[in-house]
Design a binder for this molecule. Structure first.
Ligand code: PMP
Length: 306
């Protein structure tokens, strides 16, 4: 993904230049990371001046839920933010896929939930992303656990949580891994620092439930439907023990940005099907849904022409 600065940003109700969209260093979002955000993919439709934004309404609903869990009033309606996402795609046409981040943030009003004493803002950024083949990662344990209830609402997708995930990512790199596995305080699997975990056992797939500290993954919902309806596999949400990962036929990760990522090894142990037979087929099917030319064949897509 290109971290190069885009020239445009949607900020507090309109598309403006990147340089204009600023907050003060004393803003709550800067000082304490008080914000809620989403990560949404928009795939370029081949041969057309169009992008398909994936599961946009589900992401906006989750944004609203994150804000509610953090006692943050939404500064704009979901319809206004939805419009902002589509306007931003049109404002800076690109031949590449886009990773779009709608964010609502607290500017002032630290320790209150009284909307009349809080100043909120919102922005949407968009980053281009080269379309790449399926990734394969070395998953590793780290000493860090998943920030979870009752310390912080696990279902709130907030910058503050990713400050904790950053440490797990650094620890994973030092342990010669690519991705940290995060357990919850009870010692069962929660998720990684940016994706849901799915483990394959002969005729079914297991993934930890939200009550185990896994963010309710929108991608996992889509994959669950594919696995059950097209691959004939049952998907079970239940607690997953670390030991089970050593015995799984296959492990894969999923998320908006990661799509479907194969796990090549977990703590150095190579799963029976490390080459990801199922993960590979599932990735191809998911990509096809996201990049479909005919939006009626893919209800996931909100098409935006530019
Ligand atoms: N867990 C975490 C911590 C994440 O950041 C993400 C990415 N949003 C996911 C899981 C996967 O969620 P989704 O499929 O909705 O992108």
């Amino acid at each position: 993904m290109s971290l190069e600065k885009p020239t445009k940003i949607w900020w507090n109700g309109r598309v403006t230049s990147w340089h204009e969209a600023t907050v003060h260093v004393t803003a709550e979002t800067a000082v304490r990371g008080v914000n809620a955000f989403e990560g949404v993919m928009a795939y370029k439709i081949e041969g057309h001046r169009k992008h398909a934004v994936i599961a946009l309404d589900k992401h906006l609903e989750r944004l609203s839920r994150s804000a509610e869990l953090l006692h943050l009033p939404m500064p704009y309606s979901l319809e206004e933010i939805r419009r902002g996402v589509l306007d931003l795609v049109c404002a800076e046409p690109s031949d590449l896929d886009l990773y779009i981040r709608p964010t609502v943030y607290l500017e002032s009003g630290a320790y209150t939930d009284d909307p009349s004493r809080m100043r909120m803002g919102a922005y949407i950024t968009s980053y281009t992303r080269e379309r790449a083949p399926q990734r394969s990662v070395r998953l590793v344990s780290t000493p860090w656990t998943r920030v979870d209830d009752p310390a912080f609402p696990a279902q709130a997708k907030s910058g503050a949580v990713y400050s904790a995930f950053r440490l797990a990512r650094i620890a994973a790199t030092k342990a010669d891994g690519d991705e940290p596995l995060l357990l919850n305080a009870r010692g069962t699997v929660a998720e990684t620092a940016g994706s849901a975990v799915m483990a394959v056992f002969s005729d079914h797939v297991v993934s930890p439930p939200p009550s185990d500290g896994a963010l309710e993954s929108i991608t996992r919902d889509v994959l669950t439907r594919l696995l059950e309806d097209e691959f004939g596999l049952k998907v079970v949400q239940r607690s997953l023990h670390v030991q089970e990962l050593y015995e799984a036929d296959e492990i894969f990760l999923c998320g908006t940005l990661d799509e479907v990522v194969k796990v090549a090894s977990f703590d150095g142990v190579v799963p029976k099907r490390a080459n990801g037979g199922l993960a590979h087929r599932l990735f191809a099917r998911y990509r096809a849904l996201c990049t479909a030319l005919d939006p009626s064949s893919s209800p996931l897509q909100t098409c935006v022409a530019w």
